[in-house]
Design a protein around this ligand. Structure first.
Ligand code: LLP
Length: 437
């Protein structure tokens, strides 16, 4: 086994005697032949074992922890079923996410409905379908939700999302805990105090907890402890005045490895940091320990998913660059174009080839910026070769588009040595199915 970036791949990734990449002993080149490319391959054992690791690591240190999978990272009927079977809760951010999870049998009572601008329809549907917790993000929503709940004659459990002005040092597009963001009630401006008071006085809302989310991915531990420290200090007077803090959430944002030289902290380190600060603060402030809700999305599915492409055109510009184009790109993975995200890749059918050439991996979309990986060192690549990009399980398919009218990829789940299609490849008919003439 000479895979030096093995930590980026699903747990049981290896190389077989033909020199091909395997996951759970399945030859990925053969899977690409069978299902076509671009293909997203998920390993169920990896998803389940990481989900269990989150539960175990946190619950060993703080038994009253709930792990809510952030379904925006990757959602499908089968993923919701796995989340249900692993007894996770669910972070949802749209009526669509509520609907797909509910359809798969996921209990709505275990859903936390986030979002900075839920529509009246989404709020009404959420109450009707029994969504357990709505995480309120603004005054308009607070008043609207109270009114909708009153009209339906129910009391809805809510949390408030606060913005603690803590910088988690991640990409500007995905940082959410600082003052200048659209999310949450700011502590710094005093908005959050008004929101807590107003919630406590809302006849049809039951304020059961406080939430914040600092951004994603967060490679540092210290922003979590700083924010927990700040937010609990801030909440103490409200708790004395009658806020019953039954639940507390520092959100998600836990990092994964995308490239070998930037390893994420282990789950145990996040667990240690978050739970020790929470325990210490509750002790110092003499307040009861709340249920802790953590919301990992990327870190549950990211490593489990691998994107598989076939190489087509190769354009060599002498002394400048060699562009190797694959049959996917920004339509199935917008992250490099949107955030400048870095990835590594391997040639699926040349895993034991030790020669190296530097190339740039391009997508097939009509944009010069549609580059998946700039300047990567790979074995000499030829048309027809298969490329695998690891760490593709989160925020690739969920942010995919049909730009240029390219159908979206098929998705395969590997489990116990077999691969099953969990999402068929989009067809031209699918692309037209919503159009009316
Ligand atoms: N909780 C809340 C309230 C969130 O907004 C998010 C992510 C999470 C939990 C889960 O974060 P995770 O554990 O997955 O990092 N499209 C971006 C990421 C956007 C994250 C949005 N919110 C990307 O591709 O990096």
């Amino acid at each position: 086994m000479t895979l030096n970036n093995i930590d980026l791949f699903p747990h049981n990734t290896s190389i077989n005697s033909s020199g091909n990449l395997t996951i759970d002993n399945l030859d990925i080149n053969a899977l690409a032949d069978e299902f076509g490319t671009p293909l997203y391959v998920y390993d169920e054992a990896t998803i389940r074992s990481i989900a269990k690791e989150y539960k175990n690591m946190f619950q060993n240190l703080y038994p009253d922890t709930k792990v809510a999978y952030a379904s925006k990272a990757f959602m499908s009927l089968s993923m919701a079923k796995i989340a249900k079977e692993e007894k996770l809760s669910l972070d949802v951010v749209s009526g669509g996410e509520v609907s797909i999870a509910a359809k798969s049998g996921f209990p709505t009572s275990e859903m936390y409905f986030h979002g900075n601008n839920k529509t009246p329809q989404e709020l009404s549907e959420a109450i009707d379908s029994g969504v357990g917790t709505i995480v309120v993000d603004g005054f308009h929503e607070l008043r609207l939700l109270n009114q909708i709940a009153k009209d339906k004659n129910v009391v809805q459990e809510i949390m408030l999302r606060l913005s603690p002005s803590v910088d988690a040092h991640t990409h500007g597009h995905t940082t959410t805990g600082i003052l200048d963001v659209k999310f949450g009630f700011s502590i710094e401006t005093g908005e959050s105090s008004q929101a807590i008071d107003e919630s406590l006085n809302s006849s049809n809302l039951d304020l059961k907890g406080i939430h914040f989310h600092l951004g994603s991915p967060i490679f540092e531990l210290e922003p979590y402890s700083t924010a927990i420290d700040t937010v609990l200090d801030y909440l103490k007077p409200f708790i004395e005045k009658g806020l019953n803090l039954r639940e507390f959430s520092p959100g998600g944002g836990f990092a994964i490895g995308y490239v070998s030289h930037e390893p994420p902290p282990p789950i145990s380190a996040y667990a240690e940091t978050i739970t020790s600060m929470l325990i210490k603060k509750c002790d110092d402030l003499n307040i009861p320990t709340p249920t802790l809700i953590i919301e990992p999305g990327r870190s549950i599915v990211g490593r489990a998913g691998v994107a598989i492409y076939t190489v087509g055109v190769i354009k060599d510009i002498p002394n400048v660059r060699t562009y190797v184009s694959v049959d996917g790109g920004m339509g199935d993975n917008i992250r490099p174009a949107l955030y400048g995200s870095k990835y590594e890749a391997v040639v699926v059918n040349k895993m034991t080839n030790q020669s190296r050439e530097t190339i740039t991996l391009a997508g097939k979309y009509c944009e010069s910026g549609d580059l998946l990986i700039k300047d990567i060192s790979l074995p000499p690549v030829e048309s027809g070769d298969r490329i695998a990009i690891p760490a593709s399980g989160a925020y690739c398919l969920s942010m995919s588009s049909t730009y240029n009218m390219n159908p979206r990829p098929a998705v395969v789940m590997i489990n116990q040595g077999t691969a099953r299609l969990i999402r068929r490849r989009e067809t031209y008919e699918d692309l037209m199915s919503l159009d009316l003439v």
